[in-house]
Design a protein. Structure first.
Ligand SMILES: *[C@@H]1O[C@H](CO)[C@@H](O)[C@H](O)[C@H]1NC(C)=O
Ligand SMILES: *[C@@H]1O[C@H](CO)[C@@H](O)[C@H](O)[C@H]1NC(C)=O
Ligand SMILES: *[C@@H]1O[C@H](CO)[C@@H](O)[C@H](O)[C@H]1NC(C)=O
Ligand SMILES: *[C@@H]1O[C@H](CO)[C@@H](O)[C@H](O)[C@H]1NC(C)=O
Length: 384
């Protein structure tokens, strides 16, 4: 009896020590805000639903105050761009004045409206959203002159293509939310009949044939709460002062953001876009991370995003025909966009038949299901 007791005690001691060890590891992780702990935090927060109601309340401002985020003069506009009756998709590309080459590449590839219309049978409107060229008041006058020359170049570009929407706010990283609001306001005013709205970075590749097919099918179903992209769930605000995404407590006081889709590219239905527009009329938009602001809007109108495994976040997708035949968007493409477009528009069947499907699953599995974290499609994409 006594021996057993002693053995049990020993057992318990080991247990106690293990528990302590685990706890200290957890505490260290908590300090460093590791991904796992953030998940636990976010899920516990999620159950306190009132947390999200409070976010909405704390960021609500009067219409007068909200107007400060949208009340900018148009420097370039194409009010009649959406005249066509049946517009499947209004696609806004977030660009900056200096990115002439990227816009040229997009127009010649996945943003070629003529091609989309004639070969894919859909009306898609591609517009570029941008702010004003940077000049600081204290800079020497030659930079101001340069800016004037530069703006003239934009006017010429717009005369040629008629697809720039530019407002008079400084085009900068910290003004991206203003650029997003511009897009929803423009749609509300000029393209409210488009069935879908999409916003995308200018270094993204969009597999337009796949996207058009997908949206065409989706539009015949229920799109009341349609919002898809690569979803970030329970992401915490970054509080390190040196991060590009630093958000001070005064700007956002809660431990996690509402669910949102990576700003690289996402799609909402026209109906959701309409409601987001209304949300922007009463929200404080000083939080400058535009995709997070979209999450706040979604929270305010009670719509949550759905994950689509073939929408990219930060990552560039490894090239393989099996992945390629299913992809929607991939991030970080500039030089290779022409080759990708060529591959996308060549009618080639990949992964058909049982053997083809098995082959593709194996290939996708080997490329996407790595034991370490990679910023590309998730492993789940291998099995759809
Ligand atoms: C867009 O597509 C059309 C039809 O396929 C083609 O004729 C035209 O050259 C393309 N535009 C550009 C800029 O490549
Ligand atoms: C955003 O744009 C406004 C209007 O041009 C400007 O006053 C402000 O400095 C810009 N903010 C940032 C962070 O660039
Ligand atoms: C909006 O939020 C910022 C902090 O991010 C705050 O300084 C500002 O006063 C708020 N605006 C209104 C109108 O409440
Ligand atoms: C968010 O706040 C607005 C304005 O106060 C309100 O109209 C809306 O219903 C709120 N949304 C939710 C989900 O509580």
């Amino acid at each position: 009896m006594f021996v057993m007791f002693r053995r049990m005690r020993k057992c318990q001691r080991v247990q106690l020590m293990t528990t302590c060890l685990v706890l200290s590891v957890v505490m260290v992780c908590w300090e460093q805000e590791s991904a796992i702990v953030n998940h636990v935090k976010s899920y516990s927060y999620r159950y306190l639903d009132s947390g999200f109601l409070a976010i909405n309340k704390s960021l609500t401002v009067t219409r007068e105050q909200a107007r400060a985020f949208s009340n900018f003069r148009y420097l370039l506009n194409n009010p009649d761009k959406c005249r066509d009756r049946d517009v499947l998709l209004l696609l806004f590309v977030k660009t900056s004045p200096e990115n002439f080459e990227r816009r040229r590449a997009i127009r010649a590839t996945w943003g070629n409206e003529t091609y989309i219309h004639s070969s894919l049978g859909a009306t898609v409107k591609v517009l570029f959203a941008l702010g004003a060229i940077r000049t600081k008041a204290n800079e020497p006058s030659w930079t101001k002159r340069n800016a004037a020359v530069f703006q003239k170049q934009l006017v010429e570009e717009n005369d040629l293509h008629g697809d720039l929407i530019q407002q008079d706010f400084l085009d900068s990283f910290h003004n991206l939310t203003l650029k997003l609001i511009l897009q929803f306001h423009w749609m509300h005013r000029r393209c409210a009949h488009a069935r879908f709205f999409m916003t995308a970075d200018d270094d993204i590749f969009v597999h337009m044939p796949n996207l058009v097919r997908y949206l065409g099918a989706a539009s015949s179903g229920d799109v009341a709460d349609f919002w898809i992209g690569k979803v970030h769930r329970g992401a915490p605000p970054i509080r390190h002062k040196h991060s590009k995404y630093y958000v001070p407590l005064e700007m956002y006081q809660w431990p996690i953001y509402p669910d949102y889709t990576a700003g690289a590219a996402y799609v909402v239905s026209g109906e959701v876009a309409h409601r987001v527009y209304h949300a922007t009329l009463t929200l404080n938009a000083s939080i400058y991370i535009d995709d997070v602001f979209m999450g706040i809007c979604g929270n305010a109108i009670g719509v949550s995003p759905q994950d689509h495994v073939y929408f990219a976040g930060e990552g560039k997708t490894p090239y393989h025909p099996c992945i390629y035949s299913q992809m929607m968007t991939s991030h970080g493409h500039v030089e290779d966009i022409y080759e990708l477009w060529q591959a996308a528009t060549q009618a080639r069947e990949t992964g058909s038949g049982l053997v083809g499907r098995l082959y593709c699953t194996a290939m996708k599995w080997s490329l996407l299901c790595k034991p370490w974290y990679q910023e590309t499609y998730s492993c789940r994409a291998a099995f759809v």
